[in-house]
Design a protein around this ligand. Structure first.
Ligand SMILES: *Cc1c(COP(=O)(O)O)cnc(C)c1O
Length: 358
């Protein structure tokens, strides 16, 4: 039996979207491939609220995270972490020999403007990275406010944002907030299979990258950017055209739903899960200003066995997530992203209530 995935990626993909993955292949150097890739980029610009260039990468989101920090850091990067994915960005920097420092928040707390200001006041950094929506903690960071600080006081610092688990579920105003590189994956809020990463890049991020000597090749943002400009939206190596067909179709659906409606639906689902969690357990993130709209991390105050709960949910055709890393069993997570409806979220919660006798 198929289990409906209430885990924070991959999520269930609608049958009609899945079918688009089976579109017959075309040559990746054809005019049709250029047209498809341009169409996908133009629609993504709307979802990202940007006029910057969109780069598609046949990899998962991690590929472009590694690309971003490696290609854009000339001097030193300040990596702000509020959990597992921030930690991972720091590991990527280290693994690539990129000078970087990690600035961690207390567990459950956001990256604050004050923390960014304190780090940048040292003058050591030309890049900062922030996780917009930390999928381990269920925290949504104040990226807009951090962007304001950069515009006002540190206009030369590049702003890299991990929006892997929020883009398409929450408004991220890339140009308004001054984000230079904004990264996402297909398997989360966009509601597609895993296998493609997407980012927007500003001109100044590309200018900065040109000054970096060792950018690698497959994930070289300059090479990708120049190829897109010179070769009419084509890519240096063979991309997953299957994903592009599905993405082109799904983006039409997303834009038809209306971005504001989509964001409101995510918020509604989040509010429902939060209310249930507060009544029966507790929320891991205490300050409601920083709660994620795309997944909820719940403190396991009843000390239930999350794996037993998941086994019983599986018999009913559902799956939720245990806590991530150190937060395993201490927390568990329910995602409410992509194409799920409030009724579907109510359904999984009703099943959890029945299993736990709540
Ligand atoms: C899932 C996730 C990633 C990793 O993305 P992949 O597509 O699995 O490489 C990075 N950051 C966040 C916040 C995520 O949720």
């Amino acid at each position: 039996m198929h289990k409906k995935l209430f885990i924070p990626g991959p999520v269930d993909v609608r049958e009609d979207v899945l079918q688009k993955m089976a579109t017959p292949q075309i040559g990746h150097r054809s005019k049709a491939a250029s047209a498809l890739q341009k169409s996908v980029s133009d629609k993504l610009k709307k979802v990202f609220f940007t006029n910057n260039t969109i780069i598609l990468s046949t990899s998962s989101g991690s590929g472009l995270m590694e690309a971003g920090i490696r290609c854009c850091t000339r001097k030193r990067a300040a990596v702000f972490s509020v959990g597992a994915f921030g930690d991972r960005w720091y590991k990527m920097a280290k693994a690539n020999g990129v000078p970087a420092d990690k600035i961690s928040s207390v567990p459950g707390q956001p990256t604050t403007v004050a923390m960014v200001e304190e780090a940048l006041a040292t003058g050591k950094y030309d890049v900062i990275t922030v996780t917009h929506n930390e999928t381990s903690a269920g925290i949504m960071n104040p990226v807009a406010e951090i962007g304001e600080l950069l515009k006002a006081k540190y206009p030369d610092v590049l702003f890299l944002v991990d929006a892997v688990s929020s883009m398409g579920g929450v408004k991220i105003d890339v140009d308004g907030w001054g984000i230079d590189v904004c990264i996402t994956s297909t398997q989360k809020c966009l509601g597609l299979p895993a296998g493609m990463a997407i980012c927007s890049v500003s001109e100044r991020a590309i200018e900065a990258a040109r000054q970096v000597e060792n950018r690698g090749l497959y994930f070289d943002l300059v090479e990708l950017y120049e190829y897109i400009q010179k070769k009419d939206h084509q890519y240096p190596s063979t991309p997953s055209l299957s994903h592009m067909y599905a993405l082109d179709y799904q983006l039409d659906r997303i834009l038809e739903e209306g971005l504001e409606n989509r964001f409101a639906r995510h918020k509604q689902m989040a509010e429902y899960v939060r209310e249930w969690a507060e009544k029966n357990f507790a929320l891991f993130v205490e300050d409601e200003k920083y709660l994620s709209n795309t997944l909820t991390t719940i403190k396991n105050t009843r000390e239930i066995s999350v794996s037993d709960l998941n086994k019983k949910l599986a018999e009913r055709g559902f799956e939720i997530s245990n806590g991530y890393g150190d937060l395993k069993d201490v927390t568990f997570r329910i995602s409410h992203m992509a194409d799920y409806t409030l009724d579907e979220v109510k359904d999984v919660i009703r099943n959890i209530n029945e299993i736990l006798g709540l």
